[in-house]
Write a protein that binds this ligand. Sequence first.
Ligand code: ATP
Length: 119
Amino acid sequence: MRRFIQSCGFAAAGIRLALRTQRHMRIHVTAALIVTATGMILGIRAMEWALLVLVMGVVICAELLNTAIENVVDLASPDIHPLAKAAKDTASGAVLVAVIAAIIIGFIIFIPHLWNIVL
Ligand SMILES: Nc1ncnc2c1ncn2[C@@H]1O[C@H](COP(=O)(O)OP(=O)(O)OP(=O)(O)O)[C@@H](O)[C@H]1O
């Protein structure tokens, strides 16, 4: 149990480090808070919450993995190298795919609720 709590502490330290050093991580977390507040205001359904929590988690996970890959690449290849570029660009691509999916799901969930308010 003590080892599990210690591992959670290391994981939390990693998240704090990413929040401190990565501007994009702060943007994703801010977007997730705005989406959560909007969901509460609009009273979205349980399944819609489940989807939103899933995509927000995927985006933040992708950003954390991107940060980890950037750090490992900088450690292994501080000089310019095409493979370093390939690794970093591919990791960034993963974040972009997750963000695009999250935006599409956000539109699918929120537009009908906003439409009901307008009508
Ligand atoms: N060692 C390297 N060799 C070749 N190209 C590199 C190298 N390091 C970075 N690059 C190129 O510069 C881009 C930006 O790299 P950088 O390390 O600044 O990431 P970043 O801007 O911090 O990324 P993010 O915005 O996702 O945090 C990479 O996507 C890659 O195309």
